[in-house]
Ligand binder design. Structure first.
Ligand code: PHE
Length: 340
């Protein structure tokens, strides 16, 4: 159909107005201004017109062309706004919507247990005393009555840097350091800290672990005082139904020496699989401080005496939470750690 310019203007204006997207609008533009577009064809006809009509015709078509170009540009603007509105509707973020809760960290189970132990003993008047993890051979062994060549040294198989310097194998050297620092008894201290032994990792032992040693030095202390303290500590941590017993043992730095056990929490001392039908679980070592050890710390054993104990924090945590493999504490597996 041959359009006059006015018809063409109205026809295409309405086509532009109903385009639904930029692709459709582009099709209309090509139909008008492409190589054989309607507008292009009209302009191509100009040179064939009588000379006197050409300039009027040219002006008219140019005006129409500009109107149509304007209409296309305006429609393009509208379509873009509509598309953005669509995106806002379907993809926008609702900033009032509550976000997922942030994961909150907490203290490692060993830190929790260590702090509980500290809190209980601090309530009895004990103070926390810390010492170096790299120790001299004198503090780690000699001062504790483990003289060179002493057969019991092999119970504390150690990592040496030099013949003189090693990673401490227990926290007992802090006993000596505390006596030297405080000088005047009474002394009531606990010494939490990391220890190292030349052991391969297994379910029950690791080459690195933590201990808490306790040391009390006063006048005329007895094994009963020591046992009462251990009982108070165990019952505060595990519950009032727990019992403590001490069994004769040997440590070069205590005399007499004992192992101390606590009743199994699963069978309440009756004997079950978990305590291998003994009813008791081993916790640590203890005893009355050897007079020579007091002397090595600069304390007069004719005036003062004392008791000491030591146990592993991991072992305490295992007993408290029924954990059967000590390695779990150091594997950083959140599925394990988040339980505590
Ligand atoms: N230091 C000993 C150990 O590591 C434990 C202990 C401490 C025993 C104090 C008696 C007195 O095995």
């Amino acid at each position: 159909m041959i359009h006059g310019p006015d018809e063409l203007l109205n026809d295409y204006k309405s086509q532009i107005a109903v385009t639904r997207d930029e692709k459709e609008l582009e099709q209309v533009r090509v139909a008008l201004f492409g190589n054989s577009g309607a507008m292009t064809n009209l302009i191509k006809e100009i040179p064939g017109l009588p000379k006197e009509e050409r300039s009027d015709r040219g002006r008219l078509l140019n005006g129409i062309k500009q109107q149509l170009e304007g209409a296309i540009a305006a429609r393009l603007g509208e379509l873009r706004v509509e598309r953005l509105a669509d995106i806002v509707e379907t993809e926008a973020i609702d900033i009032t919507f509550p976000g997922p809760p942030l994961g909150q960290g907490h203290l490692h189970v060993l830190t929790q247990v260590r702090r509980q132990i500290e809190t209980v003993l601090e309530s009895l008047g004990y103070q926390v005393e810390l010492g170096p993890e790299v120790e001299t051979e004198w503090y780690n062994f000699e001062a504790l009555n483990l003289t060179a060549g002493h057969p019991a040294r092999e119970n504390w198989d150690s990592f040496y840097f030099t013949p003189e310097l090693l990673l401490r194998a227990h926290t007992s050297p802090v006993q000596i350091r505390a006596m030297q620092r405080i000088k005047e008894p009474p002394i009531y201290i606990i010494t939490p800290g990391r220890c190292y032994r030349r052991d391969a990792p297994e379910a029950t032992r690791l080459p690195y672990f933590s201990q808490v040693e306790g040391l009390a030095i006063d006048r005329a202390l007895t094994v009963g005082d020591m046992k009462g303290t251990l009982l108070y500590m165990i019952q505060s941590l595990y519950g009032i139904e727990r019992k403590v017993r001490v069994r004769p043992s040997y440590f070069p730095f205590t005399e007499p020496s004992f192992e101390f056990d606590v009743t199994c929490g699963i069978c309440n001392g009756m004997g079950c699989k978990s305590c291998r039908h003994k009813g008791w679980l081993e916790v640590g070592g203890c005893g009355m401080v050897h007079p020579q050890v007091l002397r090595n710390g600069g304390i007069d054993p004719t005036e003062w005496n004392g008791y000491a104990w030591g146990f592993g924090i991991e072992r305490m945590a295992m007993l408290k939470h029924d954990v059967d493999d000590i390695r779990l504490f150091y594997e950083s597996d959140l599925r394990f750690l988040e339980q505590f």
